[in-house]
Ligand binder design. Sequence first.
Ligand code: GRF
Length: 203
Amino acid sequence: MADKARMAVFISGSGTNLQSIIDSCVSGAIPGEVALVLSSKDGAYGLVRAQQAGIDTVVYRRKDFPDGKAADEHLLNLLAQHQVDLIALAGYLKMVAPVIIQRYRRRVVNIHPALLPKYGGKGMYGEHVHRAVIEAGEKESGVTIHVVDEIYDHGDILAQEKVPVFPEDTPEELAARVLKVEHSLYPRVLKELCEKILKEKNR
Ligand code: GRF
């Protein structure tokens, strides 16, 4: 009987969300473990966090493969080797290939630092999101966790939490307020998903 769901976390940067996921697995708040951390960037600080926690890491860049099919196959093999049940995107700046989404249907989730469907889509990442929210004069922003489908920032919304936007906010200040919420909301959603996966696995 499995007692922990196996997650892969995909990152491109500092990995503070990854850290909150690792910590929640270690404390038992999430009935899961991070089996693999994949980074689209060499040198991402999240890789250091993963290594410090003794988690397998890989730098995965599609341009390193002769073609898309070879890149897809490599990733599918990696995920299978690590017996991954669930993929959590946490600051991952690349599209996930359709073949992966099909293989892990409704088992790929993403965190976005705004209230989707507003302020999503291509180019809407990091500071760009918070700057757009402030420039539009929004009174609130927040965090969205959603299922990943074939369209950018599009799949079913699993959870949202709001934060206020103050008139004098800089993008950095708003980002920090949003990030704080991300660190508690993502583990809560992953807990539920891992519980669901375990129920299915142990049926
Ligand atoms: C977060 O704001 C997340 O919502 C977005 O990218 C940022 C990643 O931050 N997708 P970190 O790497 O987890 O610190």
